[in-house]
Write a protein that binds this ligand. Structure first.
Ligand SMILES: *Cc1c(COP(=O)(O)O)cnc(C)c1O
Length: 407
């Protein structure tokens, strides 16, 4: 058996469909974000402006975060030294979990090595260990949740995206005494739309279901202390499990859940993906805690972020560049074809030093390929001018459809 031939054939299939992923190699410059160096085949080429980062607030270069990381690195060394169970629980992990529990107004929090692992480990553990559990999953949930639910082997019912009536209908058909978990997101990462959280909670309360929300694209960004959309809407206390990442708006790395002390203890005790994996380095935990602490008090980053998002949208509207309207900070510029999306992205990079990664199937459905633009507080007016002018130019060159010009 020629294994490589089998692999190569499937890779060719991806290339033909325009879905083969090419990673842009950049070198981030602390203090210069959104500017980064770009590397091509071992050589450094022109600097680029990054327009697709999930370091939404630029916290990855914040002096308080870097100071906390330098300090912990120098005092504690590089790695955690073990799993949480066997010598790896460092003081910084305990402090970080306390910071997160406080952020979400919960009794406890539990950290994981990534948001992906937190979803995968928590949902698979909860759903497999609650006897005869049923999971109700929003149709657009992230891969990390889907994999966790699948791994649990529990029955899983998909409700139509953000469709509260459908969720209610599905729950009504389940025996009242069966354990139920409703898993959904607040801000959906690719369309940027926001769930009707209060209505979903009401349905959960009506049917006695455990509510599990992924606030990965909202923590740090929404709410007076950066607790997410549930905080902004005064709903955190009515949600059973809040899951988040430390790698996006908080600018570092790691994931977590915040919930009751007993639920966190349960996941801590039974989740394989928590127990059998080396703990985050103390410097990472210290940096994340510094970032969370800063964003609990500081509104400057959130205010400026929202301002940048509004201006990019207005400028795109004025040029008739089609983008999905939503209430979040994610601006999906719709292209609708995988090859086109990649070509536009390549052209922006080569001719304008603008880096926006194309988003293709299976991340989004075929025919909805897009450029996902994420403005940050550190993008200047000049950066915005250059982005919008470049997009307008390529839209004309390729005769791509424009929307009616804004009045
Ligand atoms: C990115 C993402 C995750 C995973 O978080 P990481 O910390 O990057 O592993 C989970 N859920 C959603 C919706 C995401 O977009």
């Amino acid at each position: 058996m020629n294994y490589d031939a089998v692999f190569a054939q499937q890779l060719d299939g991806l290339r033909e469909a325009g879905n083969y992923r090419v990673f842009a190699e950049i070198e981030r410059q602390a203090g210069q974000f959104p500017r980064a160096r770009r590397w091509v085949e071992g050589a450094q080429v022109a600097d680029v402006t990054v327009w697709c980062s999930n370091d939404y607030l630029g916290m990855g270069q914040h002096p308080k975060v870097l100071d906390a990381m330098h300090d912990a690195l120098d005092r504690c060394g590089a790695g955690a030294g073990g799993t949480r169970n066997i010598s790896g629980t460092n003081h910084q992990h305990v402090l970080l979990e306390a910071e997160l529990a406080d952020l979400h107004g919960k009794e406890a929090a539990l950290i994981f090595t990534s948001g992906y692992v937190s979803n995968w480990a928590s949902l698979s553990t909860l759903a497999s260990r609650l006897p005869n559990c049923v999971i109700l999953s929003d149709a657009l949930n992230h891969a990390s949740m889907i994999e966790g639910m699948r791994h649990s082997r529990a029955e899983c019912l998909r409700f139509r995206h953000n469709d509260v009536a459908h969720l209610d209908e599905l729950l009504s058909g389940i025996a009242p005494d069966r354990p139920k978990i409703v898993a959904f997101e607040s801000v959906y990462s690719m369309d940027g739309d926001i769930a009707p959280i209060e209505e979903i909670i009401e349905i959960c309360e009506k049917h006695g279901a455990l509510s599990y929300i992924d606030e990965v694209h909202a923590v740090g960004l929404y709410g007076p202390r950066g607790g997410g959309v549930a905080e902004a809407r005064g709903l955190m206390h009515r949600i059973d499990v809040i899951e988040g990442t430390l790698g996006k708006a908080f600018g570092v790395m790691g994931g977590y859940i915040a919930a009751s002390r007993t639920l966190c203890d349960f996941v801590r005790s039974f989740a394989s993906g928590f127990i059998f994996s080396t703990a985050l380095p103390p410097a990472i935990a210290a940096g994340a805690a510094a970032s969370i602490r800063h964003l609990k008090d500081s509104q400057i980053e959130r205010t400026r972020h929202q301002n940048r998002v509004r201006i990019v949208r207005e400028r795109l509207d004025a040029m008739g560049i089609p983008h999905l309207p939503n209430d979040s900070h994610i601006i999906p510029v719709m292209v609708g074809d995988a090859h086109h999306a990649k070509m536009i992205s390549d052209w922006l990079m080569e001719h304008h030093g603008i880096y926006v990664q194309p988003i293709n199937y299976p991340t989004v459905p075929k025919g909805t390929e897009r450029l996902r633009i994420t403005p940050s507080p550190v993008h200047t007016d000049r950066d915005i001018d250059r982005l919008v002018e470049a997009l307008s130019e390529i839209w004309s060159q390729c005769a791509l459809a424009r929307r009616e010009m804004a009045a």
